[in-house]
Ligand binder design. Sequence first.
Ligand code: DGL
Length: 290
Amino acid sequence: MPGEKEKLLMYSVNMEKKSPIGVFDSGYGGLTILKEIVQVLPEYDYLYLGDNARTPYGSRSFDVVYHYTNEAVRKLFSLGCPLVILACNTASAKALRTIQQTDLPLIDVKKRVLGVIRPSVEALALYSRTRHVGILATRGTVASESYPLEIEKLYGPGVFYVTQKACPMWVPLVENNELSGIGTEYFVKKYIEELFDCDPLIDTVVLGCTHYPLLRELILRYVPQGVKVIGQGHIVADSLKDYLKRHGEMESVLSKQRTVRYLTTEQPDLFVPMAGMFMGEKIEAEHISI
Ligand code: DGL
């Protein structure tokens, strides 16, 4: 017969709640990551949170991006997510480390927050032959130097020659569904030309902002022939799959009902059409305050 202590333990094991994976972005961009994660890991449940009311984060200060991201992560934790993916380079660059090192130990040591920069850097070696790479990103990500620092940390100094180019007009264009037309084309051409003027030997370009895959067709039109343009969706999805294989303690607390729930800090009727376009299917969304 189990004693009181064992009974309590059995009760808490039986009652253990399984929960969705949280995916966060400043707006719609993280949906380009979510879409590929769902393709690679369809069995899990997902809770997407877009901070559309406060987007874009790209040109905001370190303190503001950290504060907003921390609020969003705490919200996803409070909704039960044991694991949150920052599907946003700007948030990964400016907030991830502080959240991991300072906030998580105070919130709950069992919860985890992962970003998109490290897996993208790990994948670089598979693509670049010249070891000259270009990073297209928001002003915030570029100014944080997260990509060059992470590349140097992983591969050592002088292995890769990294050129960064901030593309501050691209996120507003994407957020406003201006994915083609002469205005958009002008800004795509401008930033790509400026990148290759700095280093014509670049053979691999990382789309270091989760909004940018929406401009991929145009970007491909202006990069020199043979240059590889890498989006992060499949890289982050494969990296998450690998993470869950290695972390059974996390995998075992994730629910598997194949659902995706969308939350936005803006009005859902504004979010739904654009998000549906990103995901390539009809979706429903709920408003949330954070
Ligand atoms: N999607 C975000 C990123 O990957 C940034 C968008 C923004 O500026 O808010 O950097």
